[in-house]
Design a protein around this ligand. Structure first.
Ligand code: ZN
Length: 268
């Protein structure tokens, strides 16, 4: 375990209280999203493509600490940036499932060095901001985030992880999802609906300290104009103090806030 990771884990908060809200009713052919806590989501498209985003599946809010050993099928692992709370269990998941890596080219090289199977991390799925990656019946667009992206290996040596990113995931015949990654609100976010069309669901970090806080996320939502905002990256560590209630108060109408319960799939 890297010292940075050990340090962070030592200061983990208790798992947050259940934060479930009523999930939307299932739709035939809908896209299923399961939150695993923090910034980790597993997305199943109508065509059967499975994408795992920022798969720290063993995080303190996880509904199943052994999820990395249990997921039957993962086609693509998407990692926004190099920090441990986003890379998470990517390498173990890739070895088990054969999933290809969608990430910055630089982070891809760092993860290959850390054991990510090289044949699953090639030019077809590694890219950089502005790129569009074909991922089954989804297209993943790599968009800017303002953050840092060093990747600390098991010895604690930090490697460059390239540009931190967010992901716009356009599902064929389904919703457009936007995972902000770790970022502050940026004016660049105004371009997302202009260039990539209506965002149905925005997964927005709200914890503050390392990212935007609820007020920042509300401003970001006013730029992106999604139908639904799903808060993430809060409550995992004591410093991530932003709450969904603060987000709701800051939004003052506009997008609907939907708080996911870890482990409970919802359909969009
Ligand atoms: Zn983070």
């Amino acid at each position: 375990m890297a010292p940075a990771r050990a340090l962070a884990l030592a200061f983990l908060a208790l798992p947050a209280a259940a934060l479930a809200q009523a999930a939307p009713s299932g739709k035939a052919g809908a896209t299923e999203v399961t939150w695993y806590g923090h910034a980790a989501f597993v997305i199943r498209t109508p065509g059967g493509t499975v994408l795992a985003v920022d798969p720290w599946l063993s995080n303190p809010k996880t509904p199943d600490p052994d999820a990395v050993q249990k997921l039957e099928k993962v086609d693509y692992v998407l990692v926004t940036h190099g920090h441990f709370d986003h890379v998470g269990d990517a390498v173990a998941l890739a070895k088990r499932t054969g999933a290809k890596l969608v990430a910055s080219f630089d982070l891809g090289q760092a993860l290959i060095a850390a054991g990510y199977p090289k044949e699953q991390a090639g030019f077809d799925t590694l890219g950089n901001v502005g790129g569009r990656i074909a991922a089954g019946d989804a297209t993943v667009i790599l968009v800017p985030a303002i953050h840092s992206s060093g990747f600390a290996d098991e010895k604690g040596t930090t490697h460059p992880g390239g540009s931190p990113m967010g992901f716009v995931i356009q599902v064929k015949g389904g919703p457009t999802l936007y995972h902000t990654g770790d970022t502050d609100v940026t004016l660049d976010m105004k371009q997302i609906p202009e260039r990539y069309g209506k965002v149905d669901v925005m997964f927005a970090c709200i914890g503050g300290h390392f990212t935007m806080d609820p007020k920042g996320a509300a401003l970001a939502s006013s730029y992106v104009k999604p139908g639904v905002v799903v808060p993430m990256h809060y409550g995992t560590f004591p410093v991530l103090t932003g709450t969904p209630d603060e987000l709701k108060a800051a939004l003052k109408g506009g997008a609907r806030v939907q708080v996911l319960e870890p482990g409970k799939p919802v359909k969009f």
